[in-house]
Design a binder for this molecule. Structure first.
Ligand SMILES: *Cc1c(COP(=O)(O)O)cnc(C)c1O
Length: 391
C-alpha cells in the first residue's frame, strides 16, 4: 500500500475552480455601470444557450429559483400532482410545493440511481388519466435520463417534463435514431434547469439557468423573473403613458442573476469542456481502480455522463465515511431520500415507501470529483478506500 502522500488541506467531494481570468471578469463588471441587470446577463444567456444547443436561456438567482419559475410557468397549482425521484436534492420536489402542488415519487433503478421509468409507468397506470400533471426527472450524478423514453410516457399520459439537469451541463444520451441529445437542449422536455452553486460544473456562488425551445414559456419566465413587470411596448396595455412607464402584469418575483455573477459565469463557461473532460478522465481512473477492488461498487457509467458526482456503494458506508474523514477526505452522501425528510413525512410519506432508493442510500458515498483534483490526490483517495475495504 502506497500512502506516501498526505494532503495539506481536506479534500472535499466537490470544489470550485476560480482562475485569475474569472477574478478579472468580476472586477471589470464591478468597475462598470451595472451591478445587477447589465449586458453580461444577456451575454451569459446567449453563450449558455449556444453551449447547451437550445433556443432560449434565462439566467436566474439559483437552481431552486429556476425550478420554482418552471413550476409557475407550467401552471402548477394546488391539487395538481407531480412525480419526481426520491434520490435528488430536495429542491427538485420543493418547487411543486411552492405552488401548492402535491409531490409524488417513483422509485429508482438500482443500477443507475436514476428514476425508474417502469416505476413511473406503473404509478401512472394505477391512476386515471389526468391524475398526474408533470414529471421532473433528474440527471443524477451527471448521468442523463433517457428523456426520449420519458417524453413517450409524458405524451401518453398528458404530462409536462422539467429536466433537472443541475448535475449534467455538457452531458448527453444517445436516442434511438443515434442522435446525441444534450442535457437541457429543449428537444424532449418543455424546460430544463441548471445550478451554478460552487460544487456544480460552472460556479458563480449563487446562480441558475432555465433552458427551453418554447417561446411562450420563455416570455413567461422573463416576466416571472422580474416581479411580473414588463416595459416591452408591444405588451403594455397603455404603451403611450411615457418613457418611465411599466406594468406589473402578473405576480412575479425578483429571481434575477446579477451582472457580476454572469460575468463570472461567462468566464467559467469558457473552461466548461476542459472541466468536463477532466471529470471524465478522473471517473475512468476511479473505474479502473475499483474494478479490482472487491467490496466497492461504482454506479454505472455512460459515454455522455457529466460526472458531477462519482458515487460508490459499500457495505459499511458509515465506517468508510468516518474513516475517510480521519484521512482528511470529506466524502459526502447524495442523497438522503427526499420522501424520508421530516417535512415530506408530515405529508404522508414514510421510510419503506421506496425500497430501492433506501437501499441505495444505505450504501452510497460520493468520492472527490472536481477538475482541479490532482492524480496524486485521487490515488490517495483510492488507496484510502482500498485500505478500509481491505480491513
Ligand atoms: C444544486 C441542485 C439544485 C438547486 O440548486 P441551487 O442553485 O443550490 O438552488 C436542484 N437540483 C439539484 C439536482 C441540484 O443538485
Amino acid at each position: 500500500m502506497r500512502l506516501s502522500f498526505t494532503p495539506t488541506r481536506p479534500i472535499p467531494y466537490g470544489r470550485q475552480h476560480i482562475t485569475d481570468a474569472d477574478v478579472q471578469a468580476v472586477i471589470s463588471t464591478l468597475h462598470s455601470d451595472f451591478l445587477t441587470q447589465g449586458p453580461q446577463v444577456a451575454e451569459f444567456e446567449r453563450r449558455f444557450a449556444q453551449y447547451i444547443g437550445v433556443e432560449y436561456a434565462v439566467a436566474v438567482s439559483n437552481g431552486t429559483a429556476a425550478l420554482h419559475l418552471c413550476a409557475l410557468a407550467l401552471g402548477v397549482q394546488p391539487g395538481q400532482r407531480v412525480i419526481t425521484t426520491p434520490i435528488t436534492f430536495a429542491a427538485s420536489a420543493n418547487c411543486v410545493r411552492y405552488c401548492g402542488g402535491e409531490v409524488h415519487f417513483a422509485d429508482i433503478d438500482p443500477e443507475t440511481a436514476l428514476i425508474d421509468l417502469q416505476a413511473v409507468r406503473s404509478l401512472l397506470e394505477s391512476h386515471p388519466k389526468g391524475y398526474f400533471h408533470g414529471l421532473i426527472p433528474v440527471d443524477f450524478a451527471g448521468l442523463p435520463v433517457n428523456l426520449q423514453a420519458a417524453r413517450q410516457l409524458a405524451d401518453e399520459f398528458g404530462l409536462w417534463l422539467i429536466e433537472d439537469a443541475c448535475h449534467a451541463p455538457g452531458g448527453f444520451f444517445t436516442d434511438d435514431q443515434g442522435r446525441e441529445q444534450r442535457c437541457g437542449n429543449g428537444q424532449l422536455a418543455e424546460l430544463a434547469i441548471f445550478s451554478f452553486h460552487p460544487v456544480k460544473h460552472i460556479a458563480t456562488g449563487e446562480g441558475g439557468m432555465i433552458t427551453t425551445n418554447r417561446r411562450d414559456l420563455y416570455e413567461q419566465l422573463l416576466l416571472l423573473r422580474t416581479h411580473g413587470i414588463t416595459r416591452d411596448p408591444g405588451r403594455l396595455q397603455h404603451p403611450d403613458e411615457g418613457g418611465w412607464y411599466y406594468e406589473m402584469q402578473e405576480l412575479g418575483y425578483n429571481y434575477r442573476m446579477p451582472d457580476m455573477l454572469c460575468a463570472l459565469g461567462i468566464s467559467q463557461l469558457e473552461r466548461a469542456d476542459e472541466g468536463l473532460a477532466r471529470r471524465r478522465q478522473l471517473a475512468r481512473q476511479y473505474d479502473a481502480a475499483f474494478a479490482q477492488t472487491p467490496g466497492v461498487t461504482p454506479l454505472a457509467g455512460a459515454a455522455g455522463h457529466a460526472y458531477h458526482l462519482y458515487v460508490i456503494q459499500v457495505q459499511d458506508r458509515r465506517g468508510l465515511y468516518d474513516f475517510l474523514r480521519g484521512k482528511q477526505i470529506f466524502a459526502q452522501v447524495h442523497y438522503i431520500p427526499v420522501h424520508t425528510m421530516p417535512y415530506y413525512q408530515q405529508l404522508g410519506w414514510q421510510p419503506g415507501d421506496f425500497p430501492a432508493a433506501e437501499a441505495y442510500y444505505a450504501r452510497c458515498l460520493s468520492l472527490p470529483m472536481f477538475p482541479s483534483l490532482t492524480d496524486e490526490e485521487q490515488q490517495y483517495v483510492i488507496d484510502c478506500v482500498r485500505e478500509f475495504v481491505g480491513q
